[in-house]
Design a binder for this molecule. Structure first.
Ligand code: FAS
Ligand code: PHB
Length: 394
C-alpha cells in the first residue's frame, strides 16, 4: 500500500492532523494500536485555547464545539482565602478559552474521519518505522495477524509519550529535557453541576485543588496528592471531604457531590525532546513533549504542533516548498517551550512542595501576591492561558 503521509496514533494529534490533511487533498492513513472505545475511554483535557478551537473549525468539526462548548471569559485563582478573578477577555483584547472535553474532540474527529472515508487501522500490532532518513520511508504493522507495509512520503509520530516514534530517533541524536514533579493529581469526574461558573485554581496549605467542568451538569475536580497515593485509597466520600477542606466555606457549602464516573491519579511530568523531527519523521504532541496539566497546555500544544506540520506539508504539496520541511522542529519548539514555561510557572505558583525551605515558601507567597495582584502579573497569566499567537509559516 502507498500513501502520502502515515500517521501513527489516533489520539487528538493524529486525528486532527489527518482531518486537516484530508481536507487539503493530501491522502493519509492512521495506524492506531488500541480500539476506538479505548481511545475514547481516556478522560483527559478539558480546556481549549482560542487558537485550538479555530484549528478544529478549519478541520470541519466546529459545529458541536460552537453549539455545546462553554466559552469562558475568565478564570479564578484562590489563595489565602482570597478569590482573585483573572479577566481573560479584558486582559488579552478579546481572547477566551472554551470548555470542551478532549473526549468530545476525539469523538468529533473520529466521526469526521469516518464520514470522509479516510483509512484508520485500529488494533494494529508491532508498529515499526523504517527508512525515515530516506525519501521513501515506510511503516510496517500487524493487522489480524498479517504483516502489512505502507510506503509514504512522510511519517507523523502522533503516538503519545509511550509510543514507538520517538524511540525511532537514535538516542545519540535525541536531546531530552525532563522534570518529574514530586506529587500527582487525583482527578474525579461526576455528573454534578460545577461549584462555580468559572474554573478555580486553588492554593491551600493542604495542597492544590482545581475546580473545572465539562458542561453545566458535569464537573471535573483535581486534588494534589503525594506520589505514594493509590486511587483505591480515595473513595468518593474522602475525595469530596478533602476538596471541601481546600475550598472556602461558602464554596464548600454549595459543592454538589455525587458518584464518580471516573477517578484516577496522573503523575506530573515536564518533558521535551529535541529535535522534533528526524529525516521524514515528524513528532507531534505528547510523542515529543509533556506538561503538568496546571496550565491546561497538553492538548493545546499538541494542536500547536499540528498547526505547523499541516501548514508545512500543505506548502510542500501545493507550492513545492521543500525548504520548510527542515524548519518544523524550530517552529514547533518555540511555542512548546513557552508552554512548558507557563505550565511549570503555574505549578510552582500553586502547589505545596514538601521540600520547600522557609525562604522558598516566602518566595512563593510573594509570587502569588505579585502575579495575582498586579496588572502586569495578571496580563502575563491571561495571555499565556488563552494561548500565545501562532507564528506565521512563511
Ligand atoms: P495521546 O497519548 O492522546 O494519543 C496517542 C495515541 O497513539 C493513543 O491513542 C495511543 O493508543 C496511540 N499509540 C501509542 N503507541 C502506539 C503505537 N506504537 N502504534 C500505534 N499507536 C500507538 N492535557 C491538558 O491540557 N489538560 C489536562 O487536564 C490533561 N490531563 C491529562 C491526564 C492524563 C492521565 C494524561 C496521560 C494526559 C493529560 N493531558 C492533559 C494531556 C493530554 O490531553 C495530551 O496532551 C493529549 O492526549 C495529547 O494528544 P496526543 O499527542 O494525540 O497523544
Ligand atoms: C480539566 O478540566 O481537565 C482541566 C482544566 C484546567 C487544567 C487542567 C485540567 O489546567
Amino acid at each position: 500500500m502507498k500513501t502520502r503521509v502515515v500517521i501513527i496514533g489516533a489520539g487528538p494529534s493524529g486525528l486532527l492532523l489527518g482531518q486537516l490533511l484530508h481536507n487539503a487533498g493530501i491522502p493519509n492513513v492512521i495506524i492506531e494500536r488500541q480500539t476506538p472505545e479505548y481511545v475514547l475511554g481516556r478522560i483527559r483535557a478539558g480546556i481549549l485555547e482560542s487558537g485550538t478551537v479555530e484549528l478544529l473549525r478549519q478541520a470541519g468539526i466546529g459545529e458541536r464545539i460552537d453549539a455545546e462548548g462553554l466559552v469562558h471569559h475568565g478564570v479564578e485563582f484562590l489563595f489565602d482565602a482570597r478569590r482573585i478573578p483573572v479577566a481573560l477577555e479584558q486582559l488579552t483584547g478579546g481572547k477566551c478559552v472554551t470548555v470542551y472535553g478532549q473526549t468530545e474532540v476525539t469523538r468529533d474527529l473520529m466521526a469526521a474521519r469516518q464520514r470522509c472515508g479516510a483509512r484508520t487501522v485500529y488494533g494494529a500490532g508491532r508498529v515499526e518505522l523504517h527508512d525515515t532518513k530516506s525519501d521513501r520511508p515506510c511503516v510496517t504493522y500487524e493487522e489480524h495477524g498479517e504483516r502489512c507495509r505502507i510506503e509514504c512520503d512522510f511519517i507523523a509520530g502522533c503516538d503519545g509519550f509511550h509510543g514507538v516514534s520517538r524511540q525511532t530517533i537514535p538516542a545519540a541524536t535525541r536531546r531530552e529535557y525532563e522534570r518529574l514533579w514530586p506529587f500527582g493529581w487525583l482527578g474525579l469526574l461526576a455528573d454534578t453541576p460545577p461549584v462555580n461558573n468559572e474554573l478555580i485554581y486553588a492554593h491551600h496549605a493542604r495542597g492544590f485543588a482545581l475546580c473545572s467542568q465539562r458542561s453545566l451538569t458535569r464537573s471535573r475536580y483535581y486534588l494534589q496528592v503525594p506520589l505514594s497515593e493509590q486511587v483505591d485509597m480515595w473513595p468518593d466520600e474522602r475525595f469530596w471531604q478533602e476538596l471541601k477542606r481546600r475550598l472556602p466555606s461558602d464554596l464548600a457549602a454549595r459543592l454538589v457531590t455525587g458518584h464518580s464516573l471516573e477517578k484516577s491519579i496522573a503523575p506530573l511530568r515536564s518533558y521535551v525532546v529535541e529535535p522534533m523531527q528526524y529525516g521524514r519523521l515528524f513528532l507531534v504532541g505528547d510523542a515529543a513533549h509533556i506538561v503538568p496539566p496546571t496550565g491546561a497546555k497538553g492538548l493545546n500544544l499538541a494542536a500547536s504542533d499540528v498547526n505547523y506540520l499541516w501548514r508545512i506539508l500543505c506548502a510542500y504539496y501545493h507550492q513545492g516548498r521543500s525548504d520548510l520541511l527542515s524548519r518544523y522542529s524550530a517552529y514547533a519548539l518555540d511555542r512548546v517551550w513557552k508552554g512548558e514555561r507557563f505550565s511549570a510557572f503555574m505549578t510552582h505558583l500553586l502547589h505545596d512542595f514538601s521540600d520547600s525551605t522557609p525562604f522558598d515558601k516566602k518566595m512563593q507567597e510573594a509570587d502569588r501576591r505579585y502575579y495575582l495582584g498586579s496588572q502586569a502579573g495578571l496580563t502575563t497569566i491571561a495571555e499565556n492561558y488563552v494561548g500565545l499567537p501562532f507564528e506565521t509559516v512563511a
